[in-house]
Write a protein that binds this ligand. Sequence first.
Ligand code: UDP
Length: 322
Amino acid sequence: MILVTGGAGYIGSHCVKRLLDKGYAVVVIDNLSRGHRDAVLTGDFVHGSIGDRRILEEVFTRWPIEVVMHFSALAYVGESMERPAEYYENNVAQTLTLLTACRDYGVKYVIFSSTCATYGEVERVPITEDTPIAPLNPYGHSKRMVEVILEDFDRAYGIKSCIFRYFNAAGADPSGMLRERHQPETHLIPIVLEVAAGQREYVEIFGTDYPTPDGTCIRDYVHVNDLSDAHILGIEYLRSGSPSMIFNLGSEKGFSVREVIDTCECVTGRTILVKEGQRRPGDAPRLVAEATRAKTLLGWRPERSDLRTIVADAWHAMRCCR
Ligand code: UDP
C-alpha cells in the first residue's frame, strides 16, 4: 500500500492517478488547505494533517503502508520569505512527525518531493545533483532540511528514500481530468493560459534585463506525468534494494519567459497581452537540469516534456476540467 501525502494537490493528484492506472493500492492524506478534494481519484482518502500523530496512528494501523510518497508542503517562494515560521512548521516540523511515525510503524521507503530551489543561484548550468546546495529562501531551506533528515533516518533507522528535485513542474494529464489549480496562481504557464482564455488581462514578465539571450529568465519545464512516472520508477528502484538517492527531474532544456509566451500563443491561437515588469526577488536567471542520473538508475524516459506538449495538455485540461 502506498500512502500519498498531499494527494489532493497538483503533483500529488497526478501521481495518484498514475499509481491507480498502474494498479497500485493507494491511500491519500491531505488537509485540503491548498488541495482539492475532487482531484483525489481514489476512495481511500483521509482528511487530516501529517503533523497530527493521532491521525497518522489511525492510518498506519488501518493500512499496511510500505511506501510513503510525501508531496504535502507549502510551496510559494515569496510567501516563504514573508512567513518563514509557517514554512518550517509545515514543511519540516510536520514532516518530522510523519517520518517518526514511518519509523515507528515500519515503513520501508519514502519518496520525497524536493526542488531545484535547493541549489539557489548557480554559477553554471546544467545543474547536476553534485552542484553545491545554497537555498535562497525558507522554502528551499525547508526542503533541504528534510533531505538531511532523510539521510539521517536512513543511517539510523534504515528507511530508504528517493529524493526528487523537481525543476518547473507543468502541464496536466492528457485526459483533462486534472489540472494545475493553485490559489492564488503564481506559475507562468497557467497565468499565460488564463490570459489566452480571457480570464486575466495580461501577463507581466518579471524582468527583461537578465543575462540571457532575450533578457528574460530561463527555466526547465517538466511534465507532471513524467514526474509521476519517476516516482513510480522510484518505488521499484527502492524495492530492488538500491541505496537512497537524490535525483534531478527536468527536461534538460531551458526556455525563456518570452519563449513560453510565444509557445502559448502558437498552441492556443490567441494573442497574449504582455507587460514588461521588474525582476521578482529571488529569481535565478537560468535553471536547467541535468537528469542523467534518473535516466541511468531509474530508466526514466520523459515522454511529454517538450514545451508544446506541456502547453497543449495544460490548455486542454484548463478547458475540460473544473
Ligand atoms: N514569471 C513571469 N511572470 C509571471 C510568473 C512567472 O515572468 O507572472 C517568470 C518567473 O520570474 C520565472 C518563470 O516565469 O522566471 C517561471 O516562474 P514560475 O513562478 O512559474 O516558477 P519558478 O521558476 O518560480 O518555480
